[in-house]
Write a protein that binds this ligand. Structure first.
Ligand code: PHE
Length: 349
């Protein structure tokens, strides 16, 4: 129920607009502005109804608040979801993005946005036509910092090294079997980093082009969707959509580590308890995938160079994950609970 979703949410403001011309729903969920103006990506995809789209927006926005709070970035958490009809042509889609941009602009800095699942830097250029200056990650030729996937992947890669150090006593990825679920914007760059580190990379995807590229051209082992949770590996890296980890799937996993770039990997936070019983180390999603959140506002609002931003991403994610693992060990709680505690401490100040 929409009423109960909103009533039970612990965030600040939700803006919902029905776009008559396309039949799309635009949802902007501002979870917290406590640390600064709120930011979050724009997720654009088909949802079966408004309720599921709203639920996704609310959970993703809360994740953004924790994502900024843990590394101490002075930005609040938000997310936009544009729930589109299944068949939207290019022109109608661009016009919808322009109307959405106007709404972002009208909010006057309450909400900054960037790319997420279903949107690209090129889309940010279109949104910025009406939404500037509140749009991150425009293409470099339009004056932006470009796609946020690669810097997120750098953070995920760094985080995977930290989890290896914790589990195996060695951060090296040489000969480690890593299964990357989703070879999209983050997953594809993560695969490159892993491949260059001599890891044995396996991947899963549903897009024909990605499968052809990574299986047939690069020669990686392809794992069909139905085998993704049971395939033996050292590290399982979810880099596709959320809600892939639940009671069932965690018990099927045949790995030592779960560490990937997707948002909202757990269907319910409590499901993290299953990691304790199965002896799997889980790197909480909003800690390990904070690369863009750390780097992009820094590069676009605070004048950091890409080199500086990359160094901050590496240092912040290393520091944050080590802190999470230490606290979890010390208190004998899940890494998810430990990350939440650290974020709540930062937000309480
Ligand atoms: N998809 C990014 C994320 O989830 C959204 C983002 C892009 C946030 C750019 C901030 C800046 O972290």
């Amino acid at each position: 129920m929409i009423e109960s979703l909103l009533a039970e949410w612990d965030g600040e403001t939700v803006i919902i607009r029905f776009d008559k011309a396309t039949g799309a729903w635009i949802i902007i969920a501002v979870h917290s502005t406590q640390l600064g103006p709120a930011a979050g990506g724009t997720r654009m995809k088909y949802y079966p109804n408004l309720e599921t789209a709203l639920q996704d927006a609310l959970r993703l926005a809360a994740g953004m608040t924790y994502k900024f709070a843990i590394p101490g970035i002075e930005t609040g958490g938000a997310k936009a979801v544009i729930s589109t009809p299944e068949d939207l042509d290019t022109q109608a889609r661009s016009d919808l993005l322009r109307r959405y941009g106007k709404l972002v602009n009208q909010l006057g800095g309450l909400f900054y946005t960037g790319p997420d699942v279903g949107t690209s830097s090129e889309d940010m250029d279109i949104i910025a036509e009406t939404g500037a200056p509140y749009v991150f990650c425009r293409t470099p030729s339009a004056g932006g910092s470009g796609d946020s996937g690669p810097i997120t992947a750098l953070g995920v890669f760094t985080g995977i090294q930290v989890t290896c150090e914790h589990v195996f006593g060695d951060a090296s990825l040489k000969d480690r079997r890593v299964l990357v679920q989703g070879a999209g914007s983050v997953g594809a760059t993560l695969i490159d980093y892993l491949y260059q580190s001599d890891a044995v990379v396996l991947f899963s995807d549903v897009e024909e082009d990605a499968i052809r590229h990574f299986r047939d051209e690069i020669g990686l082992e392809f794992v069909p969707a139905e085998d993704v949770y049971t395939t033996q590996c050292d590290i399982f890296a979810p880099c596709a959509l959320g809600s892939v980890l639940d009671t069932d799937t965690i018990q099927q996993l045949n790995c030592k580590i779960v560490a990937g770039g997707a948002n909202n990997q757990l269907t319910r936070s409590e499901d993290a308890n299953h990691f304790l019983s199965s002896g799997i180390l889980y790197a909480p999603d909003y800690v390990i995938n904070a690369g863009a959140a750390i780097a992009i506002p820094g590069m676009e609002l605070r004048g950091w160079t890409r080199k500086e931003a990359e160094k901050r991403v590496i240092d912040s994610i290393q520091g944050a994950l080590r802190e999470v693992f230490e606290l979890a060990d010390q208190k004998d709680i899940t890494t998810e609970a430990a990350a939440r505690l650290i974020a709540e401490r930062r937000l309480a100040i």
